[in-house]
Design a protein around this ligand. Structure first.
Ligand SMILES: Nc1nc2c(c(=O)[nH]1)N[C@H]1C(S)=C(S)[C@@H](COP(=O)(O)O)O[C@H]1N2
Ligand SMILES: [Mo]
Length: 322
């Protein structure tokens, strides 16, 4: 071990008893990889770092990159990605990194229900054990006309759908974020119809690109990124990529997303990226690449048409773009 620092050497003010227990367990269970994670000069300098070590899934990272999904720009700096976020459960500003530290990601139970052979619940760590984690680099485009490129770690949503055993009659996957105003002060804003909901058709959910992220930048997700599991659908505007999911329901009616419910004229169900269709209040033709000051033209389906355009054949009468 190149560094003599051990978890139990953490300064008292950074370590709660629970974190010490988790850190010892990570060390025992994780063996060499946990030791590797704990080495290095910057260990436990910030509260966030302590949490990364405390995460019982930390030893699953980094995962092997799937090279199929290539970027045309650099990955957004991690520090920029985690300080320019939308996570309304923690406030309406982009500066929610500190506020979201209140999110408690363990224990975390995921409920699978609706039109499935048999509804069940599973802890997030048990779920991850059933899946093979991989890294993917994706570009994301927010409806607010900014974009980032992120190295996610996780598994295809299709794997979770298969694991859930939906009935043939299921037409949509409805996803739900946790509801706990004690843990998320933003949920006291009673004019929002909490919990956050999003939905995909089965064809969208089982497409290769639809991804459940459990990590980013080679380690478990930061809380502000929607730990411990969130959706990543890079051909759609950002609001579809629901964070901190606790429930996947298989249903036969189109789910009503939170943004759609608040302002359906601006945030529709399909939410596919199309630079030719403006948002009612601004153009969608270009995007600001966060962290660079650069503006780039926005691409149809955010440039992922080769993977997803086929899903929308025959749906020309639907409002695919807003
Ligand atoms: N639960 C929840 N999920 C959410 C949001 C939110 O406010 N709450 N914001 C959405 C929006 S608009 C975007 S752009 C992305 C932002 O993800 P990021 O902060 O990881 O970039 O999360 C999406 N998922
Ligand atoms: Mo967004």
């Amino acid at each position: 071990m190149p560094n003599s620092r051990r978890p139990w050497d953490l300064p008292e003010r950074l370590a709660t008893p629970e974190q010490l227990v988790f850190n010892r367990r990570a060390l025992l269970v994780g063996g060499a990889s946990a030791l590797a994670l704990m080495s290095g000069p910057a260990i436990a300098q910030r509260v966030g770092d302590v949490d990364k070590l405390a995460d019982p899934s930390a030893r699953l990272y980094p995962a092997k990159r799937n090279e199929t999904y290539k970027l045309d720009r650099p990955i957004t700096d991690e520090n920029i990605n985690t300080h320019y976020n939308n996570f309304y459960e923690y406030g309406t500003s982009k500066d929610v990194a500190t506020a979201s530290e209140k999110l408690q990601t363990r224990p975390w139970t995921v409920k699978i229900d609706g039109m499935v052979e048999k509804p069940f619940e599973i802890g997030v760590d048990d779920l991850m054990k059933k899946m093979t984690l991989e890294e993917r680099t994706y570009r994301h485009r927010c409806v607010e006309a900014w974009s980032m490129a992120i190295a996610w770690t996780g598994f295809p949503l299709k794997k979770l759908v298969d694991f859930a055993r939906p009935l043939g009659s299921a037409k949509f996957v409805r996803m739900e974020t946790f509801l706990d105003a004690k843990m998320a002060p933003g949920q006291r804003m009673s004019w929002f119809p909490w919990p956050y909901i999003e939905g995909l058709t089965m064809a969208e959910a089982t497409n290769d690109l639809a991804f459940i992220a459990t990590g980013a930048y080679g380690h478990p997700l930061a809380k502000v990124q929607g730990a411990p599991l969130r959706l990543a659908v890079p051909w759609k505007y950002g609001f579809k990529s629901i964070k901190s999911i606790v429930r996947f329901s298989f249903v036969d009616k189109q789910p009503l997303g939170m943004w759609q419910q608040i302002q359906g004229s601006e945030y529709g169900f399909w939410a596919n990226v199309n630079p030719a269709v403006p948002h009612p209040r601004w153009s969608q033709a270009t995007e600001e690449v966060i962290g660079t000051g650069e503006r780039r033209p926005t691409l149809l389906f955010n440039g992922y048409g080769e993977y997803v355009a086929g899903i929308y054949k025959g749906l020309e009468n639907e409002r695919l773009w807003a």
